[in-house]
Design a binder for this molecule. Structure first.
Ligand code: C2E
Ligand code: CA
Ligand code: CA
Ligand code: CA
Length: 278
């Protein structure tokens, strides 16, 4: 049975349930939730450190459940992966995120959009065609799309991953390693993948100011990445001191509650203005 945990009140006043596992009945509802449009996307800005400009956003899935309120991805993504619903879910997220991206771009907001991929997505022989179709459906160039994969995702079937990622990269899609530092892959291995960004996991960024080992990991990752021609994005930046340190380390971009929380699409343009006015 699902454990009850207290919801967290986001700044825009929506209760969101995080953590825990879905009750079996909810897992059964997940497929229907997709069809009923109950899966919604919130968007979190990615900010270039040097210029303070918002370069793009990461699309993060939520389930607007009719009875349970807004459920965070930690309560349904794992279940979606186990049950295979992650295929249609990712297709849906890709389509909605690119539709939104096209709306912003037509309105003069030239953002890129990042979508998270699971292992199953990368092993799905239809992925490349799905990505191509979604881009063309919304009249977008491939370089507006960023796909985030974790180190572990690419390691499940390295040969196949290398092939799929190579095709996506050749199309012009921007590929990133998510949660960098939490897996067991070496930079030497990652460097063979056609990725252009490393997103340093929040756990290292959180300790940046008070914990010297974390600071050393972040500093040396940025340095090594530079030698390999990769841009580093720091996740989980919650305060200005951390942001200043990352600036001093010449980190490429940041994402975090301290700059902007994930918000529904309607609130994103104002958030971009706020961030760029800082
Ligand atoms: P992630 O890809 O590492 O996404 C970043 C997570 O960190 C988001 O949580 C975001 O709200 C949170 N975050 C951002 N800045 C801060 C900060 O300053 N402090 C703290 N404490 N947290 C911060 P969220 O939205 O709950 O997503 C959790 C995870 O669920 C994501 O981690 C990603 O792995 C997965 N996920 C979300 N949407 C999708 C999706 O559409 N497809 C797949 N496959 N996975 C998704
Ligand atoms: Ca991510
Ligand atoms: Ca991450
Ligand atoms: Ca994560």
């Amino acid at each position: 049975a699902a454990k009850e945990r207290p919801g967290r009140t986001a700044r825009y006043g929506v209760e969101m349930e995080t953590g825990g596992n879905l009750a079996p009945s909810l897992i059964g509802e997940l497929r229907g939730a997709l069809d009923r449009g109950e899966i919604v996307l919130h968007y979190q800005p990615q900010v270039e450190v040097r210029t303070g400009r918002v370069l793009g956003v990461e699309a993060l899935a939520r389930w607007q459940h009719p009875e349970h309120g807004l459920l965070g991805p930690d309560s349904f993504i794992a279940a979606a992966e186990r049950t295979g619903i992650i295929g249609p879910l990712t297709q849906y997220v890709l389509d909605r995120a690119l539709a939104q991206c096209a709306i912003w771009r037509r309105a003069g907001l030239p953002l890129t959009v990042a979508v998270n991929l699971s292992v199953r997505n990368l092993l799905d022989p239809g992925l490349v065609d799905d990505v191509r179709a979604a881009l063309s459906r919304h009249g977008l160039e491939a370089n507006v799309l960023e796909l985030e994969i974790t180190e572990g995702t690419a390691m499940v079937d390295p040969r196949r991953s290398l092939q799929v990622l190579g095709t996506l990269a050749d199309m012009g899609v921007l590929l990133s390693i998510d949660d960098y530092g939490t897996g067991h892959s070496s930079l030497a291995y990652l460097q063979r993948l056609p990725v252009r960004r490393l997103k340093i996991d929040r756990s290292f960024v959180t300790g940046l100011v008070d914990d010297e080992p974390s600071a050393a990991i972040v500093r040396s990752t940025i340095e090594l990445a530079r030698h390999l021609g990769l841009d580093v994005v720091a996740e989980g930046v919650e305060d200005d001191v951390t942001l200043l340190r990352l600036h001093a380390m010449a980190c490429f971009a940041v994402q975090g509650f301290g700059l902007g929380r994930p918000v529904p699409p309607l609130l994103l343009p104002d958030l971009v203005d706020q961030i760029e006015a800082r």
